[in-house]
Write a protein that binds this ligand. Sequence first.
Ligand SMILES: Cc1cc2nc3c(=O)[nH]c(=O)nc-3n(C[C@H](O)[C@H](O)[C@H](O)COP(=O)(O)OP(=O)(O)OC[C@H]3O[C@@H](n4cnc5c(N)ncnc54)[C@H](O)[C@@H]3O)c2cc1C
Length: 482
Amino acid sequence: MIFDFKKPRVAVLGGGACGMTAAWELAAAGCEVTVLEREPRLGGLCATHERDGYRFDLGGHRFISRSGELVDRVRGLLGEELLSRTRRSVILHGDRRYRYPLDAADLARNLASVEAVRAVASYARARLGQRVAPGADASFEDWVVARFGSHLYDLFFGPYTEKLWGLPPSQLSADWASERISLLDLGDALLRLLRVRRGGRPRSYARGYFYPRLGIGQIFEAMGEEIRRLGATVTLGATVTGLDRDRRGQVRAVRWRDEGGRERGLDCDFVISTVSLPLLARWLAPGDGEVERHAEALRYRAVRFLNLMLDRPAVSENTWMYVSEPRYLATRIQEPRHRSPEMAPPGKTSLMLEIPCDVDDAVWRAADASLLARCTDDLGRLGFPGIAADTRGCFSTFVAEGYPIYTLGYGAHQLALFAHVERAGNLASCGRQGTFRYIFMDIAMEMGLHAARQVLAGALRPRDYAGFRSDRQLIESQSVTA
Ligand SMILES: Cc1cc2nc3c(=O)[nH]c(=O)nc-3n(C[C@H](O)[C@H](O)[C@H](O)COP(=O)(O)OP(=O)(O)OC[C@H]3O[C@@H](n4cnc5c(N)ncnc54)[C@H](O)[C@@H]3O)c2cc1C
């Protein structure tokens, strides 16, 4: 292969957190970079939608990172536009509200004593069982029950998890629980409160975080401007449809379709792809039955966001409210102006409800009006009356690939598809969709930087991304936060 290593032509597929950060690094180093993004805006899952002066992210996003370099770069990019915020969140459960991160005194006030006794009894049984015959922790359910007992599992973890993923937790891999262990503070705090667990520091979420004045998407809009200023090309409405490879298997060109439906081609020396791993593998091996089998096994959970523009100054004091019970449709309720006052016009507020679903199921297809009626009814029962009367407008945003579903045995399928990517030699599959990993934006951005630096060093190593930063340390306890 003959090309000028000083200026390789790099195609970046997807303009989300990972792709944009990769393009930023490459553009700054003088590479010939082209970002192809299917949507009409940048940011991917970190995009912000604006309507009538109200701004909504795709789910509540906050920016924290363990990487001082990354935080400094984002600070440098946004300057005064990057706000330092403090989160205030609650879990709505039954007719109670539990502060989140959990607070022992708050729990003591809220938890009925009979529930506490049951929780301790089932916890003790679980721990004893673990000592006598330790389980293998295959599923999410095994993992949680073994650590917290069946009562807490039935009360909170089981229903929330099933609602979020649309599958019984017995069919989900324990990886999700162990990677996101900080979500399990309820048990930790409860056990401390009941003096079953002592010592060490309680696990807890970081309260401080960074947030741009105009929504999380502002980071990537600003990055887009900077990348263009550095001479790179960012094309929106560009849907990648396939890859052309040479006899050795290297990718020589990316095929894509523009907004007008015209088929186009982009010659390249390297490809950093952030599209979903199953989609990329199908491009690499079209019609291959084995690849199809692995790709079929890796599914994503979709999310529909119902965005309510309200004619009132506030709904609650909380940034996030978690709703675990299956009788309510949403898993989380967000009030965006608590992240930045500019997420709603002066004197007004808004709500965003996160509703997990599957593409084309009843929730995905429901008309806004019927979903609004159902959700305002739910909100009334959750203790927020009068929302329907104050709603001045409502619209939905959708993400088809919200959460990679870690079903039992997913890892073997993921690695089999990675092996296909590796064979190309000049291609890396990165980011949340590209690795089929439940990562946050900071890790997606770090992956982008890593891939860009590999290109600059002359060789992509696709294997790096399957386990990139999977050290299972809690991001919340070690992050540079606001
Ligand atoms: C509800 C929710 C809440 C979250 N909250 C947080 C949070 O608070 N903090 C945090 O750090 N992280 C959070 N995350 C995770 C964060 O959003 C992701 O980790 C991050 O956005 C992933 O970036 P990415 O670039 O890897 O992927 P994506 O953002 O998915 O980017 C992939 C891009 O590829 C594009 N694309 C796909 N197919 C094609 C194609 N064929 N042609 C061209 N373009 C294509 C997509 O349009 C997209 O823009 C949250 C995620 C969700 C779903």
